[in-house]
Ligand binder design. Structure first.
Ligand SMILES: Cc1cc2nc3c(=O)[nH]c(=O)nc-3n(C[C@H](O)[C@H](O)[C@H](O)COP(=O)(O)OP(=O)(O)OC[C@H]3O[C@@H](n4cnc5c(N)ncnc54)[C@H](O)[C@@H]3O)c2cc1C
Length: 457
């Protein structure tokens, strides 16, 4: 009797998607290797907000992530270490950012009816450090920049070629190589209609980022903005969001401007071919003319400002080709307006690691090595198809509604504009479908689909 063959899985990219998938696969006992192009795992020193769905996904991927979060998560001020207490359901205060009426409140967006706090924020680099500790040693190989994927008919394996001239083989490839994904452009989406879909699309939004020690922040805004919770200020075609990170020691600030109406020299898309540009403070401040003094003061205190062009993806017809799947930003990059890009990557990791874990582990042993390979490959394909079916529509809806969110909080929402009553009515409920997802139910749905596909001839 043959022993049961375990597939080898290649994860391309060790960002938040690749790392959480690796943790999930490890928990399910599925061997894998991460191929990362950089010399080490790295994240930028900015904050990231995690919705209730994101926290649930992380905790279900591996309960040890709870401990990682405990060490670095920040909740609204006054809540205990579990994020419980008065105001635990609050996500963001939405306020007017313009000089006139500065700081007047439009609404407080809340997440009600769940045990998860409405707001949880982490410092990216610190959170990443904690995740790295959960990856078994020798799981990752660095300096491996994927250039192409090919099938090897003689062995039934997939071959990964890297920029340094080396290659590797695997039974399945999960591409977590980010918004500019090579796997997306060169392997999964190569059909005639995929040219535009496979590449990132400039959304006409640009972002500026700042991080301030809490006391310094209070001094700059002269106490006008609370440091105890998340605040989002709205302005014309723009918004500025800020929230505490590092247990309240630091304040993360992100200022976003939609520049589609700035027609000065060339079209905005022609101008934003550089993803990150160094700009002068004057250029940055021009984008926030007419804003309240505390916001302008914050922007003035961002040293060496950089302007990040924001991109997302048009909806792909599939995330999967054979035994290669796209995950995280490689599959469905989104604007940050709903704070859900990483959250969707965590949900992907949870669903995919569980489908693979359950369905691969229950596959019956075959009589010959050849049959074993054929059966295992079919099983992998079924799992990836099921992942695609469960994850594609939800994640693409997040990308679409995120663009809408940007318009709404920039006073340009269709049928909403500057009507504060309509704005409140929309914002109060728009996140619920994202936050209230039944993740265990989604896993079960995926497993059922995979089993069904696997049993069909
Ligand atoms: C301004 C801004 C604010 C945001 N705020 C939030 C927020 O508050 N909440 C939230 O949930 N999300 C937020 N996001 C989105 C979030 O940052 C992303 O969705 C998330 O980081 C995607 O993770 P990823 O692992 O899929 O991709 P990435 O982080 O891009 O990681 C890709 C990895 O693959 C590697 N790689 C790339 N190409 C190759 C290759 N060819 N071969 C091998 N390795 C490769 C890279 O080095 C990298 O390590 C925000 C995004 C922006 C721009």
């Amino acid at each position: 009797m043959l022993s049961h063959q375990k597939p080898t899985i290649a994860i391309v990219g060790g960002g938040l998607a690749g790392l959480t998938l690796s943790i999930g696969l490890t928990r399910k006992g599925i061997p894998h290797t991460i191929y990362e192009s950089a010399a080490k795992f790295a994240e930028i020193g900015a904050g990231i907000a995690l919705g209730p769905n994101s926290i649930t996904a992380l905790e279900l991927i591996d309960p040890r992530i709870k401990d990682v979060l405990k060490k670095c998560v920040s909740y609204n001020e006054g809540l205990d270490g579990q994020g419980e207490g008065v105001g635990a359901d609050e996500w963001l205060d939405i306020r007017i950012g313009e000089e006139q009426d500065f700081n007047s409140i439009i609404t407080t967006i809340r997440h009600t009816g769940s045990d998860k706090p409405g707001r949880a924020c982490v410092h990216r680099a610190k959170f990443l450090e904690g995740l790295i500790d959960l990856i078994p040693p020798s799981t990752a190989v660095f300096g491996k920049s994927l250039t192409s994927i090919t099938e090897v008919p003689s062995t039934g394996k997939l071959s990964l070629s890297f920029a340094d001239g080396t290659s590797a083989t695997a039974d399945a490839i999960i591409a977590c190589d980010g918004i500019k994904s090579v796997a997306r452009q060169n392997y999964v989406l190569t059909g005639p209609i995929d040219q535009k879909i496979s590449r990132p699309v400039f959304t006409n939004d640009v972002a500026y980022r700042g991080m301030f020690p809490r006391d310094r922040f209070s001094q700059i805004v002269d106490g006008a903005i609370s440091t105890g919770k998340g605040n989002l200020f709205c302005g014309p075609s723009s918004y500025v969001v800020m929230y505490p990170v590092e247990k309240g020691a630091m304040m993360n600030v992100v200022a976003i401007k939609n520049i589609s109406s700035q027609k000065s020299q060339a079209t905005s898309s022609q101008r934003e071919t550089n993803w990150v540009q160094n700009v002068t403070q004057e250029t940055m401040l021009e984008d926030f003319e007419g804003w309240g003094a505390p916001i302008k003061a914050l922007l003035k205190n961002i040293e060496s400002p950089q302007r990040w062009a924001l991109y997302d993806h048009l909806p792909a017809s599939t995330f999967v080709k054979g035994r290669v799947a796209l995950m995280g930003d490689a599959a469905h990059a989104t604007t940050p307006h709903q704070g859900q890009g990483a959250g969707m990557a965590f949900e992907d990791s949870l669903v995919l690691s569980n489908i693979l874990g359950q369905v691969l582990n229950e596959a019956p042993t075959q009589e010959s090595e050849v049959q074993e390979t054929v059966h295992m490959n079919k099983c992998i394909e079924s799992c990836l198809q099921a992942y695609d079916e469960v994850r594609r529509l939800r994640t693409q809806k997040v990308t679409a509604t995120s663009r809408e969110m940007g318009e709404i909080i920039g006073f340009a929402g269709k049928g909403i504009g500057r009507d504060l009553g309509k704005l409140k009515a929309n914002l109060d409920v728009r996140m619920n479908w994202i936050w209230d997802v039944d993740l265990p139910g989604e896993i079960t749905r995926g497993v059922v689909i995979a089993r069904k596909l696997n049993s069909s001839v």
